[in-house]
Design a protein. Structure first.
Length: 527
């Protein structure tokens, strides 16, 4: 804090003595507020780091490498993977993500979609940035990777790829899990990486207001528009984490990325961040950037499965028409990840640190070819049936237990949740995009229960022929089932899925076994 005193003296060296005395008193109060971490947090989980984004130099740090709970700052990595899939054209901003019953049941803060409803990817991005919607984070995970647990594994692999050496993700939202941990240094690395990697999409973090289905939701980040140069990026809160804030500031040719973790309240956290910005931004380099871009060691950190969206184009390699669809068994490929030992429900990040193995480079996973219309489970003829039930809650503990007080009492981002929706004439500082009609939640067409799929083709009459052939070979079970075709589009080509609905688990299994005996490809899935 001596540096703070030198800075204050330099600024006010030319003022008259009366003003100088006033400024000196203000400087003493300022240093008293920022110096002791305990004054800010009142607890031992305080951590902070400020880095010059142009040079990579550390301007301020406290407990920067100690494990902490990231809470909703987790969603920065969730959006990192969403942006990655947008860049790779696995999805588009107009693709739709569908809400499962599992995700709809997520703890607040949430958007509140019902099971089966869907929203556009772009609206989902804004819901994470502004509302910090846990249900939408879960829906992104399930739609992009098949399950939230699988998506969390991908998040951890990506963390290693960008240099986050201590972070382990267990879900896409940051809701409490004793082994879902990070550090101030890792989060600043993530804040720099997402800007370097996705300049096209990073601007979403500057969204101040999100209008959806007649509701207006302001951004939880109270520094946006109130502190000069702040352009994002994410707040977070759980009972265990305290109040967290990851911030990016660009002003007067300088750029810093800073994080504060473990705040006692939202306002005290914000005030502390303001002080860190005021003290450290003048120290940052104003010239050209000398630090290299945050690079990825991307072995094994990308998804190897197609996104499962709500009847949306997914530009991936196209299959030959009339060929039965078969899934590559990517889910059966082991992916080495840090696997902490089971931790008691009251575990702290320090206890987790002892359970975690040293950070490792991700193990390269062979890139398997993926059909554009994969079955969740396709068995070859003569192989045992493998069932896949869509979107089940992920299991993060090794034993069942009652929710501990931390989990039961959590309300994500409680300090930022508005008492009631505020109606405004228009959103401010939103992205520069063409005006769109007000977004609404739409119900994706769904046939409930068990169904089977035979294949997909480019012609509706050929899809009907697939159904007729399958019905002739499927025995009595398929005679009572409902044959139907379902369209989807890839690129400029429309495809037709050939499916049977109206089954239960037993009859779906019997139908697939009968078809496989006749060398007809078949998979079963529960909607």
């Amino acid at each position: 804090m001596a540096a703070a005193g030198v800075l204050t003296g330099a600024i006010f060296a030319t003022v008259d003595s009366a003003e100088a005395r006033s400024k000196k008193r203000h400087s003493s109060q300022h240093k008293a507020r920022i110096a002791p971490a305990a004054t800010f947090t009142g607890a031992s989980n305080y951590a902070a780091l400020v880095v010059d984004a142009k040079t990579g130099a550390v301007l301020y740090e406290k407990n920067a490498d100690n494990l902490r709970f990231p809470a909703s700052v987790t969603k920065v990595m969730t959006l990192y993977l969403v942006f990655e899939d947008l860049e790779r054209s696995r999805i588009s901003l107009d693709s739709r993500i569908t809400m499962s019953a599992n995700c709809a049941a997520a703890a607040p803060s949430k958007l509140g979609l019902r099971p089966g409803q869907s929203l556009r990817v772009e609206d989902g991005i804004k819901a994470l940035v502004t509302k910090s919607a846990n249900d939408v984070a879960c829906a992104f995970a399930e739609n992009l990777e098949g399950s939230e647990a699988g998506f969390a594994d991908r998040m951890t692999r990506k963390a290693r790829a960008v240099g986050m050496s201590k972070t382990v993700f267990r879900n896409a939202s940051g809701l409490p899990n004793p082994t879902h941990v990070s550090t101030a240094r890792d989060l600043v690395t993530l804040g720099r990486a997402i800007q370097d990697r996705f300049p096209r999409y990073y601007g979403y973090f500057g969204t101040r207001v999100f209008n959806f289905a007649g509701r207006t939701m302001p951004n939880h980040n109270k520094l946006l528009g109130r502190v000069e140069g702040v352009d994002g990026i994410k707040t977070g809160y759980t009972n265990a984490s305290g109040f967290n804030l990851l911030t990016s500031v660009k002003s007067q040719g300088r750029s810093i990325v800073a994080v504060v973790m473990g705040g006692r309240t939202g306002p005290s956290r914000d005030a502390h961040m303001r002080e860190l910005i005021a003290l450290n931004l003048p120290k940052a380099q104003s010239g050209s950037r000398t630090a290299p871009l945050v690079a990825e060691n991307d072995r094994g950190s990308r998804s190897t499965r197609p996104a499962v969206m709500a009847s949306v184009p997914t530009p991936l390699p196209l299959p030959a028409p009339l060929m039965p669809v078969r899934e590559q068994q990517v889910a059966d490929v082991p992916v080495p990840l840090p696997s902490p030992a089971p931790v008691a429900s009251g575990a702290t990040p320090k206890a987790v640190a002892r359970a975690l193995p040293p950070a490792e480079e991700p193990v390269a996973v062979a890139s398997l070819p993926v059909e554009p219309e994969p079955a969740p489970a396709v068995a070859e003829v003569g192989q045992p049936m493998r069932w896949v039930v869509g979107n089940q809650p992920s299991v993060t503990g090794s034993v069942a237990r009652k929710p501990d007080p931390v989990v039961a009492a959590v309300i994500e981002d409680r300090e930022e949740a508005p008492a009631r929706p505020v109606r405004v004439a228009s959103a401010t500082r939103d992205l520069d995009v063409a005006p769109r009609p007000a977004p609404t939640a739409e119900r994706a067409p769904v046939r409930s229960g068990w169904m089977i799929q035979i294949g997909a083709t480019t012609a509706p009459d050929q899809a009907q022929q697939l159904l007729s052939n399958a019905k002739a070979k499927g025995g009595a079970v398929l005679k009572r089932a409902e044959p139907f075709t379902e369209t989807f589009t890839k690129g400029e080509t429309t495809y037709y899925r050939a499916r049977f609905a109206g089954l239960n688990e037993r009859t779906a299994g019997a139908a697939c076994k009968a078809l496989k005996r006749s060398s007809v490809s078949c998979f079963a899935i529960k909607n």
